[in-house]
Design a protein around this ligand. Structure first.
Ligand SMILES: [Zn+2]
Ligand SMILES: [Zn+2]
Length: 379
């Protein structure tokens, strides 16, 4: 099978790159992937894969096969682009490679179809919207769409600093992330008589010092920092009574995140209130860390070795970046999941407006996904 997949993919090189370019030029931001959803639906129709789409949101799930002898395999891609300034023009821009991920999944399906694979169970082709918001995976979980899946594989292109073109890993150990938004309420006064007021900027600076001084476990990477602060009005001679702030928290494991988040909240409350101000805190978003799954890493790792060569399987990168893919196994205990890390020579970095990568890595991605799906289908 390895040889057949390789041959099929290499013959389709031009078609694969053309489809990638189309998706790249037609990026849409989170929750607005309407044309992208239409396009995917058409592609699934052409492959005769029935699908389910949704009246209340973007995204689509293809359902290939109706057998019950084998497992339900999920193959997942994200779909959204980012809104950013690209050389002076604001636009939806695929700088996180989700266009590459969609291309890889579409051709993986086409390859398996044309090579005559019959699902022993079902193959769920998951085109998930809004990864960048951290809420896309949760929307599919809340719709109950992921409950029957046994094995789930996703893929993300990696920056050159992490992995060169030609190599791949059988997992990506993303960290956990959380964003807190806070509001501070003080009391206004004339700046000449500041003792009559409560200055929210004193609370802000106290909060910043307190969160920067939290002693994190030195063996588990973790960071806390203020990323947004706003206080005061137009007059510089008034003690300001209202401020808003944002805090970004990262930790490499879910347990470390849980502990750290609790300490951050306590520090904010005690430091911010020391001058008598009132604090309101809201957890704006949360991303869970990757959980290792050795069994899935073995299947995907073997696929990488057979497709790219034994030396080109590299250890999973450990990254402080977040990815909402990891909500799937976190919310379903029987679900076994891993995410392929694909070496692409991607520069200068993910989310950079001029991000680019080696397009031949699309072919590598399809080869790996197709063989991994083939292997899982035999389990
Ligand atoms: Zn991203
Ligand atoms: Zn991404």
């Amino acid at each position: 099978m390895e040889e057949k997949i390789k041959e099929w993919v290499e013959k389709r090189e031009q078609e694969i790159k053309a489809l990638y370019h189309y998706l790249h030029q037609n990026g849409e931001i989170s929750w607005e992937e309407k044309k992208t959803t239409d396009f995917i639906c058409k592609q699934l129709e052409q492959m005769k894969i029935p699908y389910q789409r949704f009246a209340d949101q973007t995204g689509v799930i293809g359902m290939w096969g109706m057998n019950s002898k084998g497992p339900v395999i999920g193959l997942r891609t994200d779909m959204d682009a980012l809104w950013q300034n690209v050389n002076g023009e604001w636009k939806a821009n695929h700088s996180c490679g989700h266009d590459a991920h969609m291309t890889i999944l579409l051709f993986t399906l086409q390859c398996l179809k044309e090579l005559g694979m019959e699902p022993t169970g079902k193959i769920k082709c998951i085109f998930q919207p809004a990864e960048e918001t951290g809420a896309g995976a949760l929307s599919f979980i809340h719709k109950g769409l992921m409950e029957d899946i046994d094995y789930l594989v996703g893929l993300h292109v990696r920056p050159i600093q992490e992995m060169p073109f030609g190599k791949a890993s059988a997992a990506i150990y993303h960290g956990a992330a959380a964003i807190l938004k806070g509001k501070i309420y003080g009391v206004q006064a004339h700046a000449a008589r500041h003792h009559l007021g409560i200055n929210v900027i004193d609370s802000l600076t106290a909060i910043n010092t307190a969160i920067r001084s939290i002693p994190v476990n030195p063996v588990i990477p973790a960071t806390v920092k203020m990323t947004y602060a706003q206080a005061g009005g137009k007059n510089f001679n008034i003690i300001p009574d209202y401020a808003e702030f944002g805090i970004d928290i990262r930790a490499q494991t879910n347990q470390a995140m849980e502990d750290l988040l609790e300490r951050v909240k306590q520090s904010i409350q005690s430091a911010g209130k020391a001058n008598g101000a009132k604090i309101e805190l809201e957890l704006l978003s949360e991303m869970v860390a990757a959980q290792q799954n050795k069994w899935m890493e073995k299947i995907v790792g073997d696929s990488i070795k057979e497709m790219l060569g034994t030396d080109n399987l590299v250890p999973p990168p450990v990254t402080p970046g977040g990815e909402d893919f990891h909500f799937y196994p976190r919310n379903n205990e029987k679900l076994q999941a891993t995410m392929v890390g694909l070496g692409t020579d991607l520069k200068p970095g993910l989310h950079h407006p001029n991000m680019s990568f080696h397009l031949d890595s699309l072919l590598n991605g399809i080869k790996i996904m197709a063989l991994a799906a083939w292997k899982m289908n035999q389990k």
